[in-house]
Design a protein around this ligand. Structure first.
Ligand code: MV4
Length: 446
């Protein structure tokens, strides 16, 4: 097992990794920017190193600073959390060169899955259904119009280097195709440094459902069921749950089998998430794969009882998974609300000092948070201040607990999305489980 782990992240996920390390008896090193001096990850890690000014580009994304901190503290592994350098194949190679284990997949896996067109091709060959569409488009493809017509309108132009919904463009009529393609290409070039794009059939109001997998370096692969992440706004997820109200036991078994086969065939190891879109008829299609631990992993932990982060650290150390598929069962229901320091109406960030912070507790409630009374939410970072996770024996009980926990979550001094969550989870369509990714757009100004 590792001797000491550096956590190249901040906020609630840095704390979450510290929890796992403490349980595994592994000492930790926190890194922090000047703005995060008073953060809880600094307090609870065994050692802490300042890595630069508040701006992420000069601290949490500063590879030389992070590697220096790792060398002076003599760690043998780095946990990247999510965001920042978690999906940087380059960073993982730098770690490898320095003799430090990057807690994640191989650089090759990261590169493959980072290229959304290559991931699509690979997963189709590995047996997963994909949305009808093209491979990467060449400039001035003479077949372009014919290809789009064959797919059938509306189509969606996606950036190869995009992902998470960035750099997408819907095209509803053939006469708009050329313009949309050019705009998408130049936007993608500006945003990701690659203008490569491809086209898919556009699905209206699909559900976004993802499967959590764990894979070790000895061919062990298990799935931990699905999460429904359809409730989002501008590709920021707000509410996630497991199981999905739209997935039957039969579909879960079938999907799980297919995904395990595919993960084996691509020799992937680490935790991972395989994302699907479900259309209104219940057909599902692979869209992309995330090669990191995700914000919403706790709902999976609640229904499986498996500590995803501890498993991730174990497999990175070369150990076998501690569980086989036969030992995994799905019990009860879990729902997570992401509580952001934002206006619940305009979603404008609301940084500043939190004066009152009282997170709820009681049966079936978990709060993953970096906040406390007097904590200052910095404008430099994303606005997630807490994840409120409810568990119940069924969806009804999880919802009842989530409702009372939202009522008993006191945050003052800044605005939060708590009032929005109250409205979402009490909406008739949410209660009955009938929603897609368009849910929030369709809600009349809540
Ligand atoms: C789509 C789609 C409809 N059709 N692809 C956005 C996130 C990224 N992972 C893929 N996304 C989408 N891809 C096709 N062919 C609709 C979305 C989409 C979406 C997906 C998941 C969660 C929220 C979403 C919101 C709008 C659009």
């Amino acid at each position: 097992m590792f001797r000491k782990i550096l956590i190249a992240n901040r906020g609630e996920i840095a704390l979450r990794v510290i929890c796992a390390c403490k349980e595994l008896n592994i000492p930790t090193v926190a890194v922090y920017s000047e703005a995060d001096r008073n953060s809880l990850h600094v307090r609870f890690a065994d050692e802490a190193v300042c890595i630069g000014p508040p701006r992420s580009s000069e601290s949490y994304l500063n590879i030389p600073s992070i590697i220096s901190a790792a060398e002076v503290t003599n760690v043998d592994a780095i946990h990247p959390g999510y965001g920042y350098l978690a999906e940087s194949a380059h960073f993982s190679e730098v770690c490898e060169t320095c003799g430090i284990k990057f807690i994640g997949p191989s650089p090759d896996s990261m590169r493959l899955m980072g290229d959304k067109a290559a991931a699509r091709r690979t997963m189709r060959e590995a047996g997963l259904p994909i949305i009808p569409g093209t491979d990467v488009l060449q400039d001035k493809d003479p077949q372009l119009e014919a290809k789009a017509a064959a797919i059938g309108y509306p189509v969606l132009v996606k950036a190869v280097a995009g992902g998470g919904g960035r750099g997408m463009r819907i095209v509803r009529r053939p006469e708009d195709l050329q313009d949309a393609l050019s705009t998408a290409q130049s936007e993608a070039l500006g945003a990701f440094g690659s203008g490569a794009v491809y086209i898919e059939k556009y699905l209206e109001n699909p559900r976004h459902i993802e499967l959590q997998i764990l894979a070790d370096e000895h061919g062990g692969v298990v799935h931990l069921g699905e999460r429904d992440c359809s409730i989002q706004r501008r590709h920021q997820k707000l509410v996630e749950e497991s199981p999905s109200p739209a997935v039957s036991e039969g579909t879960r078994l079938e999907l799980g089998e297919k995904v395990i086969q595919a993960i084996r065939r691509v020799n992937y190891y680490n935790v991972g998430t395989v994302e699907f879109l479900f259309d209104q008829q219940g057909n599902y299609f692979f869209i992309e794969m995330n090669t990191r631990v995700q914000v919403e992993h706790p709902v999976t932990e609640m229904v499986t009882g498996i500590d995803v982060v501890k498993e991730q650290i174990r497999v990175a150390a070369g150990e076998k998974l501690s569980v086989s598929q036969g030992q995994i069962s799905f019990r009860g229901h879990s729902i997570e609300c992401r509580i952001n320091a934002e206006s619940p109406i305009t979603f404008i960030p609301s940084p500043g000092r939190i004066t009152v912070f009282h997170p709820p507790g009681g049966p079936g409630i978990r709060v993953d948070s970096c906040a406390y009374a007097d904590y200052v939410v910095s404008p430099h970072y994303d606005s997630l201040i807490a994840k409120l996770i409810a568990y119940g024996k069924d969806r009804r009980e999880a919802l009842a607990r989530l409702n009372r926990a939202l009522d008993m979550f006191a945050v003052e001094g800044i605005e939060t999305t708590i009032p929005l969550h109250k409205k979402i989870i009490n909406h008739p369509d949410f209660i009955t489980g009938k929603f897609g990714t368009g849910f929030l757009d369709q809600l009349p100004a809540i």
